[in-house]
Design a protein around this ligand. Sequence first.
Ligand SMILES: Cc1cc2nc3c(=O)[nH]c(=O)nc-3n(C[C@H](O)[C@H](O)[C@H](O)COP(=O)(O)OP(=O)(O)OC[C@H]3O[C@@H](n4cnc5c(N)ncnc54)[C@H](O)[C@@H]3O)c2cc1C
Ligand code: SF4
Length: 594
Amino acid sequence: MAQRLPAVDAVTIGVGLTGSLAAFEMVQSGQKVVGLERGAPRDTVPDFQSPAIHDELRFSIRKAMMQDNVKVAVTFRNNFNETALPIRRWASFLPGQGLGGSFVHWNGQSFRAQVADFVLRSHVIQRYGQKFLDACGPELTIQDWGVTYDELEPYYDRFEYLCGVSGKAGNIKGQIQAGGNPFEAPRSREYPNPPLKETYFGAIFRKGAESLGYHPYPQPSSNLSRPYTNPLGIKLEQCVFCGFCERYACEHYAKASPQTIILPVLVKNPNYELRTSCEVLRINLDSTGKKATGVTYVDGAGREFEQPAEIVFITAFPLNNVRTLLLSGIGKPYDPRSGEGVVGRNYSYQTTGGPTVFMDESININPFMSSGAPGTMIDDFSGDNFDHSNMNPPFIGGQYVGSIMTGGRPIEFHPTPPGTPPWGLEWKRAVARHYNHAILIQQHGTSMSSRLNYLDLDPTYKDAWGQPLLRMTFDFPENDIRMSQYIADKVVEIGRAMGGKIVVRGGTKRPYTTTVYQSTHNCGGAVMGDDPKTSAVNRYMQCWDVPNVFSLGGSSFPQNITYNYTITIGALTYWALDAIKNKYLKSPGPLVQA
Ligand SMILES: Cc1cc2nc3c(=O)[nH]c(=O)nc-3n(C[C@H](O)[C@H](O)[C@H](O)COP(=O)(O)OP(=O)(O)OC[C@H]3O[C@@H](n4cnc5c(N)ncnc54)[C@H](O)[C@@H]3O)c2cc1C
Ligand code: SF4
């Protein structure tokens, strides 16, 4: 029998990026908030200090910071005729666990989305016509978001200044800026910090890309280029290119994370209470099923509690957001056969992969000296920046391309050319020959939603508490393969222009596999929109069916954008919280009428 606790104004399920941002905004408005985080408490000192934090076996290979999939895994299959099996070793994506969530071990690659991304369906039909869209794949279920770039711009700006993003603006209020990305959406002002210093591999990429007429720019990064005090008065330091960023926490206070940009102020606020090692099992509803009364959770000692709250924020990472809605019976689950239902609908992912460029031995890359977001990039093939009308076979979407090497760590990084044996003396010789003379190029881009890809509850497998696991049914739509393969040809040309002796072609392939790392930008499943028939949440990420529940994060993306999505998640969270503070708290109820 759960012990009932005193009621609070709001509770967050998870204390990662969205959980700490939402709680901060609420406590500023005088609301009492409890943050429930299933992982352990942790901070830069003592938990993230070297040498222990540079343990590649522990963090990169054994995934010490990731969701405990002995207790709670995700099951997977490529299509609904298959039987899904649990993913017992994370590889393709790496959801985090512990105070700060995945936003602790992220890279810091800090992009905004583009104007057209938010109105994708309307944009594609307007520019290319419905017939063209149908030819890209009748199974595609892309849609508009219900919010526009212009509405989000002030919130992008606010979040970038909170993180201290280092970059060079390419477009300020419509004026193209030298040195930045000429394709970027208009921003109201410069980044808070200048870009990171360009790496040697970045400079080689720049030269190659420029020689072909493309437009290189420095990747915006939340690995900071200089000491910075954010608007909350928290001090961050300069990145030292330690080479242990992606999958690791930062020991230097140089990467934006909840611990470095928000928690030091939040946890001191008397309106906030943080409870770690507390796993939420479900959201409780009243007898009408239209109002949440709070959550039920289990603490580290296995005791069950009921935490009553006026507002519930689901801030548990996209996959867990969708699972929480399904376990709680909020919103109609999606059925791929009828196309009806919204929770689990439009799960999408990210297209990644790119060539390895093997250089002459005189070119010393020193890949071990790098940050999590050190790239030099081009956006010439991102989103709809190039004309798709004559593409044969037709496709929509695009990818950014860039040289982004995030550390030549000894276990994970040993590029060898095709034909090299996978072990033995010849392999060792090839690793020794190429380790310091190979450049990785990233293709990273859109993934369109499809009626065939979705999330639901697994009928067989359960977690440690006896609750069904989340089941993922996913394969890349043919559209995404066409897009990625088209760009792969262009990237091989760049690799050659860089002086590559051997250029190994990249690009996304089918079937999608969960055994190789691709991206932790899982998105959709509780998508936002204007129509409750095709979206689980409205434009403020408020559940249509239970208006005092807000599902915040990448689960609300109707399809994935070209870019790493976290800066957009931050902007959307600020946008929703503004509406909650200024409208919902004054008059609780739906912020948008269905
Ligand atoms: C290796 C890696 C690299 C990345 N690099 C980039 C990048 O360069 N750029 C970029 O834009 N994005 C990047 N990301 C993505 C970024 O980390 C996420 O977008 C961001 O952290 C999402 O915020 P969130 O609040 O949704 O989830 P999180 O920050 O993961 O927080 C969710 C929290 O909820 C907790 N939780 C889950 N379920 C429960 C429950 N039932 N009860 C209680 N607590 C629960 C989890 O333990 C976790 O702490 C990367 C991610 C990874 C893993
Ligand atoms: S690369 Fe820079 S930001 Fe990343 S962990 Fe190292 S010092 Fe921190």
